[in-house]
Design a protein around this ligand. Structure first.
Ligand code: NAP
Length: 318
């Protein structure tokens, strides 16, 4: 990690970096950019006066404003870090204030809808390069960010066809400097991959936690008391920000529905195996899934520590 996220660059990559939306992702980017000297001047924009006041207090930007048009003026890199539904609105509002030759990017968890919503508003002189850092926590707001959030995580760029190669390369360097591995793909492919690796798992977590909350024969206190049996790990995901996840499902509808269709078919097959006592079928599937977990650990995307590195207790996971 020392090499990937080491000493500050001798020369900043950008003159003026503006982050719009200073929550978990935006504040982590500001912190990482400051630590690595990625921009000579850091500008923070947030619609909420309370967030602006907090950003001033913690001192993670050189300038703080609630006026996005003022904030993007003169910036050579602008990254929109608001919830997905606000990205198009902000882009439309600031479009005419963006500097010619500047890069406009975002970090939205959905890419097709963002590209369709943003691109029509932009002047041809601005390089639009959408991005999605596949990194996060279940926390929100400017205090939840940290500079190493992106280290050894993937960042997916989805530049529209014909985007200036030098601009793409510069944004790629920016993400590498905050510690990420960068991959380029089309927005449609991104949305399909993320539907199965992130969006459907979140939906399953929201659903199972909701089902447990509604049970009548098992008490709430029993659900909490015996949560280490597996339920607890779903609750972490189901604690994710409601605004962010509402926007993701509304904006990646087709890919999520496609993956949910497949999920339901496979669930029905599992149900049948349990009903008919097909132990071999269950065993074979569980063996395959265990191998997937092991390859995620082998690629450094998860810790091999038992119980996700939590302190082990005699009663932990069964
Ligand atoms: P967050 O912590 O809730 O931060 C979002 C910030 O944007 C909040 O301070 C919010 O203010 C502000 N905001 C909302 N509308 C705005 C507007 N129109 N203009 C300026 N600021 C506005 O959210 P986050 O977790 O950082 O997520 C931000 C984006 O990153 C989302 O698009 C999400 O899909 C993407 N993303 C998130 C994760 C993750 O794990 N969290 C991972 C990868 C990508 P208020 O609080 O007042 O609304």
């Amino acid at each position: 990690m020392a090499d990937r996220f080491g000493s500050p660059l001798p020369q900043p990559l950008f003159d003026r970096l503006t982050i719009v939306g200073v929550g978990l992702i935006g504040s982590s980017l500001l912190r990482a950019a400051r630590q690595r000297n990625l921009a000579a001047r850091l500008v923070a924009v947030d619609a909420s006066e309370a967030v602006c006041a907090r950003v001033r207090e913690i001192g993670i930007a050189d300038e703080v404003t609630s006026d996005a048009c003022e904030g993007v003026r003169g910036a050579d890199l602008v990254i929109l870090c608001t919830p997905v539904a606000a990205i198009e609105i902000v882009a439309r509002d600031v479009a005419q204030h963006l500097a010619p030759g500047s890069i406009l990017s975002d970090v939205g968890s959905v890419k097709g809808a963002v590209v369709a919503g943003v691109q029509p508003h932009l002047p041809a002189t601005v390089h639009f390069i959408p991005a999605h850092p596949v990194a996060g926590t279940e926390y929100s707001g400017p205090d939840s960010g940290f500079s190493t959030l992106f280290v050894d995580r993937w960042c997916i760029l989805t530049p529209p066809e014909g985007t200036d190669a030098k601009a793409v390369e510069k944004l790629q360097t920016f993400w590498s400097e905050v510690g990420s591995n960068v991959e380029i793909m089309t927005p449609a492919h991104h949305d399909l991959v993320l539907a199965i690796t992130s969006h459907v798992p979140h939906l399953i977590a929201y659903n199972i936690v909701g089902t447990a909350a509604d049970l009548e024969e098992v008490t709430q206190s029993e659900v909490i008391k015996f949560s280490a049996g597996g339920f607890r790990d779903f609750t972490r995901i189901a604690a994710s920000d409601p605004t962010m996840w509402r926007d993701i499902f509304l904006n990646n509808r087709d890919a999520v529905l496609e993956m949910l269709g497949r999920f339901n078919e496979d669930l029905a097959a599992l149900q049948r195996m349990i009903r008919w006592g097909d132990g071999q079928g269950l065993f074979d599937l569980f063996t395959r899934t265990r191998a997937i977990r092991r390859s995620i650990i082998a690629q450094g995307q998860e810790t091999p520590a038992p119980d996700f590195g939590r302190r082990s207790t005699p009663s932990s996971d069964q």
